[in-house]
Design a protein around this ligand. Structure first.
Ligand code: WTA
Length: 646
């Protein structure tokens, strides 16, 4: 708890604008249908009911999915804080995303419109995705992949990436997706931690027109990753890349021997069997492998996709995230497919080739639901209203954001320019660890710019002080959640003690690591992290990862990384570096160190600012006091330094 502090206690209390939901939307909402089935017209009464009928709610949701065998116990704390949902059930999330749709008209519906970096497109129906997934599963099976094995995925946003996740999960193996922007060391560190034996990658890709040599990076990572036995390479570019005989296989060559009608049945998994490990940054130490399981996760993402985005059979839904992050796992792949939705899969960036790329994609595919990040909105705002104005955005009916706090100004711009001054904007709060959205408006609630509003049905979130006591309205505090929900992580892979700390920082509640305030409506405004996690453009980075990279450079003695407020990216990284004797603090050294971070962690971690210093403030035990450095840098009161001793 040594690093906790509240900053930016902000202006949500001064925010008076309220946007009530339209009657028409409320009338047709998926949530309204469910509320009525339970005898409710009033949302508040329903929400209160949901808190005392948590299990009934989730049982109802779970019954909408397919089970090979029904569960016996809906929820149990086996050994607190470890818990299970839907115990005794046999289940496979992929059956719910693909197989069950083969028996309905969804079979011929579009699963994904794919939009490539250079504007290429591909359309895959549910049947196409089913066929590709089965053949890929067969190829993996032929390479020896079986239930429980870990398979790493390091790919651009192409349909084969979606099929890779689904094929792995179909076999009952465990995927670990690594964002394509990570460099070799970061990739290898994750492969080793997960002990992955197969890596699925691509020859390379273009991002905003720039060549990314994925296979080259993968080769470097594999040379440092002894667990890898096999690599599967998708030809995205069709360029020749070095292939290591016996280890590397082109996917198209593997598939050439596998007939179109091949079916690899979904492995019937226990509800609590692992689905995936996704690495994310913590406040200290190496990235942590957040573990999600088959059934509870499926129920959670299915339900939140249905109720938050109010997804309907005719919607064209576009989540602009990358599958390398949790948003892509839950709200590009699993949640939408479990709902039989049509999605857009996008390989490019918001401003390539021009700052209207998003709006041209919305127009091209007639997107009706758009889920993006505050950084993208703020970035596009800078280019002006004329860019969205060039396009017909009338297909849109609902907007969402995720990943970082959205300032009311950006929220208003989004609603005004993209949302025809009338669409709901869902500011959704959640985390890699929570697996699903926890705090967000639903169609039923009035909206307030810059607020994620209230917890979803059954979710009891609170804002408390360090003793766990709720703080008064308008005061800053720690965001906590009181009971486990189905899609919550089950552990940190190989490090259960780290998992425990989420429930032990403040006893018996889930400690999110965010600061928040609440207004007199009970609306929550999440302000940002209270630990050493830095959110750059919504990408989650740990101070330690950047510092470790810097100190691995021969010229660096010590380093401290902090996040600084940034008008577009939310935060950017500033590092303070102590050089070893004999090294010169020069512009050339700054360039060299930035290059080093890019080569070891990835472009996303490169510090915007780098300052050479003779010393860094430390606790008596030698821990760098990042909070003090940050407060000084931002001209804020440093606070009680004595409490920082750890
Ligand atoms: C931040 C992303 C404010 C928060 C799904 C959280 C947000 C961290 C919001 C998790 C939001 C996410 N408003 N802050 N709507 N959504 N955050 O694991 O600090 O990449 O703890 O998951 O993002 O980031 P992660």
């Amino acid at each position: 708890m040594s690093n906790l502090g509240f900053e930016n206690t902000d202006t949500i209390l001064m925010e008076e604008r309220i946007f009530p939901p339209s009657k028409e939307l409320v009338e047709q909402a998926n949530l309204t249908a469910y509320m009525r089935s339970k005898g409710f017209e009033d949302y508040e009464a329903f929400y209160q009911w949901s808190l005392s009928h948590r299990l009934e709610f989730w049982e109802d949701m779970a019954r909408e999915l397919h089970w090979f065998q029904p569960w016996q116990t809906t929820f149990q704390w086996q050994d607190k804080p470890f818990f299970q949902w839907f115990v005794g059930g046999k289940f496979n999330i992929v059956y719910n995303c693909l197989d069950r749709h083969m028996q309905t008209p969804t079979r011929h519906k579009v699963a994904f419109y794919w939009e490539g970096d250079g504007g290429e497109s591909r359309t895959l129906t549910y049947e196409d995705l089913y066929v590709l997934t089965n053949r890929l599963a067969k190829a993996l099976q032929n390479l020896g992949v079986k239930k429980g094995d870990r398979v790493a995925i390091y790919m651009p946003a192409i349909p084969e990436q979606v099929a890779a996740l689904l094929a792995v999960a179909r076999l009952g193996a465990v995927h670990t997706v690594i964002f394509g922007g990570f460099a070799a060391n970061a990739l290898s560190e994750r492969i080793i931690d997960a002990q992955a034996k197969v890596l699925i990658t691509a020859d390379g890709n273009y991002r905003a027109g720039k060549l990314i040599e994925l296979k080259k990076i993968a080769d470097e990572a594999m040379s440092q990753s002894p667990t890898i036995e096999t690599a599967v390479v998708v030809r995205r570019l069709g360029q020749e890349v070095p292939m290591q005989a016996g280890r590397d296989h082109y996917l198209d060559e593997l598939l050439a021997t596998i007939p179109e009608d091949t079916v690899v049945p979904c492995e019937p998994m226990e509800s609590e069997d692992l689905l995936y490990i996704l690495y994310t940054s913590g406040s200290t130490g190496k990235p942590k492998g957040v573990v999600h399981v088959q059934a509870g996760y499926a129920v959670g993402v299915y339900t939140t996709t249905k109720f938050v985005f109010d997804i309907k059979p005719d919607d064209i839904y576009w989540c602009t995230a990358d599958i390398g992050w949790v948003t892509g796992h839950s709200y590009i792949v699993y949640g939408p497919l479990a709902n039989g939705a049509t999605g857009v899969l996008f390989e490019s960036t918001p401003t390539y080739p021009e700052p209207d790329r998003y709006w041209s994609v919305v127009e091209k595919y007639k997107v009706s639901i758009l889920y993006t990040s505050p950084t993208a909105i703020r970035g596009l705002m800078r280019f002006g209203e004329q860019w969205p104005a060039k396009h017909d955005l009338s297909s849109l009916r609902l907007l969402g954001t995720v990943g970082e706090p959205i300032n009311p100004e950006a929220w208003m711009w989004y609603r005004h320019n993209i949302g025809h001054d009338s669409l709901p904007v869902m500011d959704t709060w959640w985390q890699t660890e929570t697996g699903m959205i926890l705090i967000s408006p639903t169609i039923r609630q009035p909206l307030k710019p810059g607020s994620a509003t209230r917890p979803l049905p059954t979710i009891e979130a609170d804002i408390v002080d360090s003793n766990g006591k709720p703080v008064p309205v308008g005061k800053g505090g720690f965001l906590i959640v009181r009971h486990p929900w189905p899609a919550q992580m089950r552990t940190i892979y190989g490090d259960p003690a780290r998992y425990r700390s989420y429930w032990e920082t403040i006893p018996d509640v889930y400690f999110a690591g965010d600061a928040a305030t609440r207004d007199d409506l009970g609306y929550i405004r999440v302000q940002g992290r209270v630990d050493d996690v830095i959110k750059v453009s919504g990408h989650r980075l740990g101070s330690m990862e950047i510092e470790s990279s810097l100190v691995s450079h021969p010229a660096v003695a010590e380093a401290a990384a902090i996040g600084k407020p940034d008008p577009v990216k939310g935060e950017h990284v500033k590092v303070f570096v102590i050089l070893k004797q004999g090294n010169e603090a020069s512009e050339a050294m700054i360039a060299e160190l930035k290059k080093h971070v890019r080569a070891t962690v990835g472009a996303l971690a490169v510090p915007e600012e780098l300052e050479f210093v003779p010393s860094l403030p430390k606790t008596r035990s030698g821990k760098i006091m990042r909070r003090v450095i940050r407060a000084k840098e931002l001209g804020q009161p440093v606070g009680d330094v004595s409490t920082l001793e750890s």
